[in-house]
Design a protein around this ligand. Structure first.
Ligand SMILES: [Zn+2]
Length: 178
């Protein structure tokens, strides 16, 4: 797990010690944080110069803590839902209407899905619902020709001007002739 951090970013020494710690993360403005999140993650310490620094695991754990605080699915959970369908990101995005790049950002923690998308993903945890949606989508392949056919199936109503004129003149209580 700690293999990613191979050398100190300051002195380049490779004698690093990873120390699991309880960390705190303030959410909101610095002077009046809305919440303090705590999470466990390793801190790397350089044995040579004493520098303490965060690696990618720290970022991941901090992001997960934020997701939990906001009651949103964490990147791993999003990925897990996709893998229920044994699909690549490309396939999953195409089948359920996500943007492939957007999905990738959710899965690697570079962006957070909004509440509606989070709800949608949670629904997709139910595979029969996912199957239903995929079935729906395969019935309705949108193409230019379909759009034209759809428009042609509603020819313009004839005599519509008369209807509009009558509606404009319509009055619930006709004025009594004086
Ligand atoms: Zn160092």
């Amino acid at each position: 797990m700690f293999e990613k951090m191979k050398e100190c970013p300051i002195c380049g020494d490779n004698n690093l010690i990873a120390e699991e710690r309880e960390n705190e993360l303030a959410i909101g403005p610095e002077d009046s944080p809305l919440a303090i999140l705590s999470f466990r993650a390793p801190v790397h310490i350089c044995a040579e110069c004493g520098l303490e620094f965060h690696g990618p695991e720290w970022d991941e754990a901090a992001h997960e803590a934020q997701c939990e605080h906001m009651r949103l699915l964490a990147p791993k959970q999003v990925r897990k839902i996709r893998l229920l369908y044994e699909m690549s990101r490309k396939e999953f995005a195409k089948n359920f209407g996500f943007g492939e790049a957007t999905l990738e950002r959710w899965e690697n923690g570079r962006n957070l899905q909004n509440r509606a998308m989070d709800n949608y993903l949670r629904f997709l945890e139910n595979r029969s619902l996912g199957a239903f949606l995929m079935n729906q989508a395969s019935d309705a392949v949108p193409s230019q020709q379909n759009v034209v056919d759809f428009q042609n199936s509603f020819p313009r109503l004839s005599g519509i001007e008369d209807v509009i004129e009558r509606e404009q003149k319509f009055c619930l209580r006709p004025k009594q002739a004086a």
